[in-house]
Design a protein around this ligand. Structure first.
Ligand code: TUI
Length: 314
């Protein structure tokens, strides 16, 4: 059995968080992951408080277990969403794509466990000082908004520089990844791409198919020119966008190209204009499973790997 300090911290059975994937991670998926013993996360994405309240209510109807909400800090609705989370006393809030310091006091006062996603040691230290109870160190192998460092180099450096628990994310898709995260100093993992194909995940079938068909080299990072690099599956759209970044197109025109692209991929499965965010482990995601099957399989495999790891130590 695998038990780590975050099992106690979040009151969960397995040290696995589900990534807060925009337009994908809804109340139903979060509830399925939490019900299976992990920590399910609802994405607040760029929606207002009414949408989020609906999803929180859905999750609460489906499970009594703790779950979290991910706040994407570039959203224009962050202030009202932050207040709703405090009012609702959601057990856990994760944040992404920015610095959540200004919300830390109201969340901590509401008894919420705040877990920022960070992509550097300096940000991890800042978040610890600001009152975070743990950090998610996310390497650039992940899908969506990415930092520069890989999980392999980020996690041990963060673990050496903060006293709060570190959760590894980016490039983790099976039990070997969970075992490796432990060896790098993390006490849990967050997985997004693997949960994209969960049976309880309502993302469009075309999206699931793209992940299931992906190989190790199927993803690409675009958006660096505008300062928002995102990793997605290579499609005519993402390749076209990558080319456009090096063209004479203005920043405004480039921005226009991507408007609505995440929603179009996730909800409409639009292969021409959609942006199918996924991490580099997409190549190892080969089957649709329930959230419970994913969690149990990953933990069982990690246990086997860790039990065998001593064979190289003489
Ligand atoms: O946030 C994510 N992944 C995301 S957000 C997203 S939605 C989006 N839509 C359009 C453009 C860009 C994004 C899709 N995927 N992951 C968490 C994450 N946070 N990764 C890296 C960071 C991060 C980066 C910089 C966290 C903090 C940070 O600090 C910068 C600062 O403010 O000092």
């Amino acid at each position: 059995m695998i038990k780590t300090p975050i099992c106690e911290l979040f009151k969960i059975e397995y040290p696995i968080l589900q990534g807060g994937m925009a337009h994908i991670a809804d109340g139903r998926l979060a509830a399925a992951v939490s019900e299976a013993g992990g920590l399910g996360i609802i994405s607040a994405m760029n929606m207002g408080k009414d949408y989020l309240k609906e999803q929180i209510d859905i999750a609460r109807k489906l499970t009594e277990k703790p779950f979290g909400v991910n706040v994407m800090l570039m959203s224009p609705h962050t202030d009202e969403v932050a207040q709703l989370l405090a009012d609702e006393k959601v057990p856990v809030v994760t944040t992404g794509a920015g610095n959540p310091s200004k919300y830390m006091d109201i969340w901590n006062a509401a008894g919420i466990k705040v877990v920022p996603v960070i992509a550097s040691v300096s940000m991890a230290k800042l978040m610890e000082r600001a009152g975070a109870c743990a950090v998610i160190a996310e390497g650039g192998e992940s899908g969506g908004h990415v930092g520069d460092l890989t999980t392999m180099v980020l996690v041990p450096q963060v673990a050496s520089n903060v006293s709060i628990p570190v959760i590894a994310a980016g490039g983790i898709g099976d039990g070997r990844g969970l075992a490796a995260a432990f060896l790098l100093g993390a006490v849990g993992v967050q997985m997004g791409t693997r949960f994209l194909v969960a049976k309880e995940c309502s993302v469009h079938e075309n999206y699931k198919k793209k992940v299931l068909d992906a190989s190790d080299i199927s993803t690409i990072v675009t958006g660096k020119r505008l300062g928002h690099p995102v990793r997605s599956i290579k499609t005519p759209f993402s390749r076209g966008y990558a080319k456009a970044e090096y063209s004479t197109l203005s920043d405004d025109e480039l921005e226009q190209m991507a408007v609505g692209a995440l929603r179009l991929a996730a909800r409409e499965g639009d292969e021409k204009r959609g942006c199918f965010l996924a991490g580099q482990i997409a190549g190892m995601v080969t089957k649709e499973q329930t959230a419970a099957e994913i969690i149990v399989e990953v933990c069982q495999e990690a246990e086997n790997v860790l039990n065998g790891a001593k064979k190289w130590v003489k």
